[in-house]
Write a protein that binds this ligand. Structure first.
Ligand SMILES: NC(=O)c1ccc[n+]([C@@H]2O[C@H](COP(=O)([O-])OP(=O)(O)OC[C@H]3O[C@@H](n4cnc5c(N)ncnc54)[C@H](O)[C@@H]3O)[C@@H](O)[C@H]2O)c1
Ligand SMILES: O=c1ccn([C@@H]2O[C@H](COP(=O)(O)OP(=O)(O)O[C@H]3O[C@H](CO)[C@@H](O)[C@H](O)[C@H]3O)[C@@H](O)[C@H]2O)c(=O)[nH]1
Length: 438
């Protein structure tokens, strides 16, 4: 099948590459010339594990191409995926200008039947808006609009795409249903179904999934905060409740709040959508409030330790990305921690395996960046862990004891065993677990 993908960010590039991998011919189009030139030269412009192998293979075999021309990209395509940004507007609702702008352009250049697919995360009613934008210049016989939300996670994007738990396809057109069903057949393993539904339900499924997961995490963050007050251990509580199959083991890890390009904006957009339709999502308002506080929950702990004064203190910071295995720093809790620590007059020495360039371009020399984990801790008064990269899981504690000014760790990701930290004589302050005083 011939496919065009409009927008080659995390979703568009993974979508395009994975569809090429199953034998389709894919043309990816982006307005960012720099990005397109990189891709034409064989460079993957984002960090996403395993994407490079598929990317190279499919370019080599002539199934994956890149262009800045929308016209060239779509002329032979039967399906056009819109993988465009839907960032929050000033009021928190999803900004649909990218999607509707491209829909308007497509209406003017399409000449034969195409299936136009909303891959972006979009509020209920967007398929209708896209249809209206296309129909302003194009006969409705020449297109169908489908809602096909994407559930991939950054860091696992290729695997999630090729082996999805489910594929959701929202359409009221039998013709489009057949085209989409054929396209997705190779990805859907036994028991991992394609779920066909109407467009609005598909649009809402995406927001409901992200908001549910954000709520699950936030609930555990509150349980963790309460554990600290009463002397319980959130790891035990997590394991205790996670073994109930109605609750499930996943997405129960407390920490310094959820971040990333999706949960924060999608929870906000669903709450906003609710208000537009006269529905008050009280639970989502609470989730957003709690998460806002959770992102910097570690800072008062640091201030307490240093008796309120961080001036002249050097804080080593391990982890900048919003989660491991990505260079994405959108809504990363680490950035909120950096802002507060800088405001308190602390010096920050940071290391992240992939996200340093992105943070450098935001903070310049306000933060010192070092090239490896162990350089960050030299002469540090405390270490803060903000992202659970594998490389932080098994550090050289003897080296820490030798190089740090004092053995003090604030761990936002609960990486170490509290008993072991006690034996090693560290002050170790984590989330929802016993405070080890060293
Ligand atoms: N990142 C994720 O993990 C993820 C997962 C599922 C769904 N989503 C949703 O998918 C959508 C895209 O997210 P993303 O993270 O891939 O965004 P992104 O910002 O990484 O990529 C968007 C791309 O679109 C390009 N673009 C902008 N306007 C364009 C235009 N007129 N024509 C062609 N290209 C244009 C940009 O240059 C950019 O390369 C969003 O709605 C997001 O909520 C994201
Ligand atoms: O137990 C957990 C799991 C996650 N997180 C945090 O939650 C955020 C989001 O994590 P994750 O869901 O792994 O990353 P994303 O790549 O943002 O993926 C989410 O957002 C995507 C965009 O919509 C969806 O497609 C995915 O299904 C959905 O998981 C991160 O800050 C994590 O640190 C926790 O704090 N505790």
């Amino acid at each position: 099948m011939k496919i065009a993908v409009v927008g080659t960010g995390y979703v568009g590039l993974v979508t395009g590459t994975c569809f090429a991998e199953t034998g389709n011919h894919v043309v990816c189009v982006d307005i960012d010339e720099n990005k397109v030139n990189k891709m034409k030269n064989g460079v993957v412009p984002i960090y996403e594990p395993h994407l490079d192998v598929l990317f190279e293979r499919n370019i080599k075999q002539g199934r994956l191409e890149f262009t800045t021309s929308l016209n060239d990209a779509i002329k032979d395509a039967k399906i056009i995926f819109l993988a465009l940004p839907t960032p929050p507007d000033e009021d928190g609702s999803a900004d649909l200008s990218y999607i509707l702008g491209v829909a308007d352009d497509l209406g003017k250049i399409i000449t034969d039947y195409k299936v136009i697919v909303d891959k972006s995360t979009v509020p209920v009613g967007t398929a209708d808006k896209v249809t209206a934008a296309l129909a302003a210049n194009l006969s409705t016989d020449l297109f169908d609009v489908v809602s096909n939300p994407e559930f991939l996670r950054e860091g696992y994007a290729v695997d999630d795409f090729l082996k999805p738990d489910r594929v959701v396809i929202g359409t009221s057109s039998e013709k489009a249903k057949k085209v989409m069903g054929d396209l997705y057949k190779p990805y859907v393993r036994q028991g991992n179904p394609i779920i066909f539904m109407d467009e609005k339900s598909a649009e809402l499924t995406k927001y409901a999934a992200n908001s549910f997961l954000a709520t699950k995490i936030t609930f555990m963050n509150e349980i963790a905060n309460f554990c600290e007050k009463v002397g319980a251990d959130v790891d035990m509580v997590r394991i205790g409740i996670g073994s109930d199959s109605r609750i499930g083991k996943r997405f129960l890890f407390p920490g310094i709040g959820y971040g990333g390009s999706c949960f924060p904006k999608d929870v906000q957009a669903l709450a906003k959508s609710g208000k537009e339709f006269g529905y008050d999502f009280q639970i989502l308002d609470s989730v957003m409030d709690v998460n806002e506080k959770q992102k910097t929950i570690i800072v008062p702990k640091i201030k307490d330790f240093f008796k309120g004064d961080l001036k002249g203190k050097t804080i080593a910071l391990w982890g900048l990305a919003f989660k491991p295995d990505t260079d994405d720093i959108r809504e990363a809790p680490a950035l909120y921690i950096i802002n507060e620590l800088l405001e308190e007059g602390a010096t920050i020495v940071a290391f992240d395996p992939e996200a340093m360039e992105n943070v450098k371009s935001k903070y310049g020399d306000k933060v010192t960046f070092v090239e490896d984990r162990d350089s960050a801790i030299v002469n540090a008064d405390a270490l803060v862990i903000a992202t659970e990269w594998q490389v932080f899981r098994n550090p050289d504690f003897d080296l820490m004891a030798e190089k740090m000014n004092q053995k003090v760790i604030f761990d936002g990701r609960n990486l170490y065993d509290t008993q072991e930290m006690k034996e090693l004589g560290f002050y170790y302050n984590s989330i929802g677990r016993i405070l080890v005083r060293g």
